[in-house]
Design a protein around this ligand. Structure first.
Ligand SMILES: [Cu+2]
Length: 627
């Protein structure tokens, strides 16, 4: 077992770092050290002399550990000081004035189109989320709280718990200071529910942003067709806006209420999608989870009629919301550095937290909110060299037909890479490792390493370094466990037959900027139109030119099926065999997908979800037409 990933892994990896110009080498000091070690060199920093040279007395007093990641500006911290906590659940609230189909301009709502199918999906649950300046303590070692933007003062934002068949309204307030602008953030918001089966006017289209500081209202209706000529930009005057979430399955028109159960989605998330500023606004904190339950994934592990996956929000059903950030030296400010891959890897707004767990199964909902980093997760047990196998039950919020056990046993062919915006629902059974510490690692350091500055207070598994660790799980005794991992988990809907429409999307770098089919985003331009109710076959290509980025490509609205990657259909144990709304696109890859467009009409997006790339307009608008 090599001490760390072999250098050969690096040669297989493509660059995922994220400067718009693509000018980074992707080689870090850590990589150089690894290559040296693999070539028979010594582990320089573990030598006593080097250790004393590089690290202060407080560190030297602890058992030697490898600390070779340089700070990008953030202060050092001590691992596992915090208890990992889930984001709070958002409580329902009474909206005043009540939600209505047409925008309530007189009461301060931003202009929008009328809610589609309002009378069919009258809201049963109403919520309020306030985007505002706030402060957050990312780690107790930080001298100060960090200035952030957040929904209801939380990073991540509060989790919304929804249920199929119970339509909801979320009233998004923009309480940000209209003068608080920066090069990479702006106090204008449009919140995308990724990847809800949502009408266009509530989808958080990148051109539908609003704020109280905007000059004047502009009409952005109808949702199909060209947008009106803006005054200076598209920002619409308003202090709040209602997004309508019907919480139905796709295929409603075909199957009747509540749609086709095989189209179920469970782990969604919301985040700011303001054109040009998605990265900065989300990085400052405007993101959170949205979970949907139904009669099958009922959120009750004792439900004889349900799947009985581990349940209890924040107990045995636990969100893990990843985001990497860099701070200034006292932790009071977020740093905007080139490339935007941070030197602190946070989960639920905490740095290297620890969680006491029981010896039983847990459902972890992995979400990568970016802005740009890719993760390769692995669970490791103290004293053991082999990874702890885990079971993936859902990709991008969609149950797999059959659970897939992954071991990450082959580091040269990682099974579980986690791009921005992807979700993985993973079952971890701690019953086999009672009494031990289990560590969650990120092995994908091509996007930069994690600065810790202190050794682990508890022994790490052989070959593991503290800078690779994202969280620790302290496993207690084995306890009764009524939860199950059923097989099959679900079945997938048949694909429409006959001659389907086609479309090609070529992701490129034209030498100076990112483009799709040679073009950058223009909210006024529609690059493709589909008739509502139809399905199509789309071909997505990453045509490498002037860069070798992997682009995590996201398509709004319905989930897609990956039919072929480079001419080959995904195998039954591939994580691409499941329904998806993000597809990783390494250089020179071609992916063919199937996707349907049902129940609503209007403008939607396809874009790279590396937020720096989408902010550099690797994004285009397409439309569903109802006529
Ligand atoms: Cu990209």
């Amino acid at each position: 077992m090599p001490r760390r990933k072999s250098s050969s892994v690096k040669t297989l990896r493509t660059k995922e770092r994220s400067t718009a110009a693509g000018g980074k080498t992707g080689i870090t000091r850590r990589d150089v050290l690894k290559v040296g070690a693999a070539a028979g060199g010594v582990a320089v920093l573990t030598s006593t002399k080097a250790f004393r040279t590089h690290f202060p007395a407080a560190v030297q007093a602890q058992p030697p550990c490898v600390l070779d990641c340089k700070s990008l500006g953030s202060p050092a911290h001590h691992p596992f000081l915090q208890t990992l906590t889930p984001p709070p659940i958002l409580a329902t609230t009474t909206l005043n004035p009540p939600a209505q189909q047409s925008p309530n301009i007189n009461a301060g709502e931003a202009p929008r189109c009328d809610h589609q199918r309002w009378s069919e999906f009258l809201p049963q649950k109403t919520y309020a989320l306030h985007a505002k300046e706030s402060s957050w303590l990312f780690h107790p070692d930080f001298k100060r709280t960090t200035n952030i933007w957040a929904f209801n003062d939380n990073i991540p934002g509060p989790t919304i718990i929804a249920k199929i068949g119970e339509p909801g309204i979320v009233r998004f307030f923009n309480d940000l200071d209209p003068t608080d602008t920066g090069i990479q953030f702006i106090p204008e918001i449009t919140t995308h529910m990724h990847n809800g089966h949502t009408a266009s006017e509530s989808d958080g289209f990148a051109g539908d942003f609003f704020g109280p500081g905007c000059a004047e209202p502009v009409s952005i209706c109808p949702p199909s067709g060209p947008m009106p000529t803006p005054t200076s930009d598209y920002c619409a005057e308003g202090s709040w806006k209602d997004n309508h979430y019907p919480n139905i399955y796709a295929g409603y028109d075909e199957f009747g209420a509540p749609g086709d159960w095989r189209e179920a989605q469970y782990s969604l998330w919301y985040h700011d999608h303001r054109a040009m500023f998605t990265m900065g606004n989300s990085y400052k904190g405007l993101a959170g989870m949205y979970l949907i339950f139904d009669n099958r994934d009922s959120g009750n592990e004792n439900d004889p009629n349900g799947l009985r996956l581990p349940s209890g929000y924040g107990i045995h059903d636990f969100p893990l919301v990843f985001s990497d950030r860099t701070f200034n030296s006292d932790g009071s400010q977020l740093a905007f550095i080139p490339g935007m891959t941070g030197d602190k890897w946070t989960i639920n707004g905490q740095i290297q937290p620890s969680l006491n767990v029981a010896g039983r199964k847990y459902r972890f909902r992995f979400l990568n909110t970016g802005p740009s980093r890719t993760y390769q997760h692995q669970f490791r047990v103290e004293g053991q060299t082999a990874p702890l196998p885990v079971t993936v039950v859902a990709t991008d919020g969609n149950l797999l037909e059959h659970p897939i056990v992954i071991t990450n046993s082959d580091p040269a062919n990682p099974e579980w890479l986690h791009s921005v915006a992807e979700r993985y629902d993973v079952i971890v059974d701690f019953s086999t490792v009672a009494g031990k510490n289990v560590y969650l690692l990120n092995l994908f350091e091509t996007d930069g390493c994690q600065y810790v500055g202190n050794c682990s207070p508890s022994p790490l598994p052989p070959g593991v370094e503290i800078e690779e660790v994202t969280a620790r799980f302290v496993v207690g005794d084995v306890v009764p466990d009524p939860s199950r991992i059923p097989d099959p988990l679900t079945e997938y809907p048949p694909m429409q037959q006959g001659t389907l429409g086609t479309k090609e999307w070529n992701f490129q770098n034209n030498g100076s900027q990112f483009v799709i089919n040679g073009l950058t985003f223009d909210p006024n331009r529609t690059d493709h139109t589909i008739l509502q109710g139809n399905a199509e076959i789309w071909t997505i290509r990453n045509k490498m030119a002037m860069s070798n980025w992997t682009h995590p490509v996201h398509i709004h609205f319905e989930e897609f099926r990956i039919l072929k990657r480079n001419g080959v259909a995904p195998g039954p144990t591939s994580l691409e065999s499941g329904r998806k709304d993000i597809v990783r696109m390494p250089p020179n890859n071609e992916v063919v997908i199937y996707m349907a467009f049902r129940d609503f009409h209007g403008r939607y997006l396809i874009h790279c979800h590396n937020m720096l790339h989408e902010d550099n307009f690797m994004m285009v608008k397409w439309e569903i037409s109802n006529s």
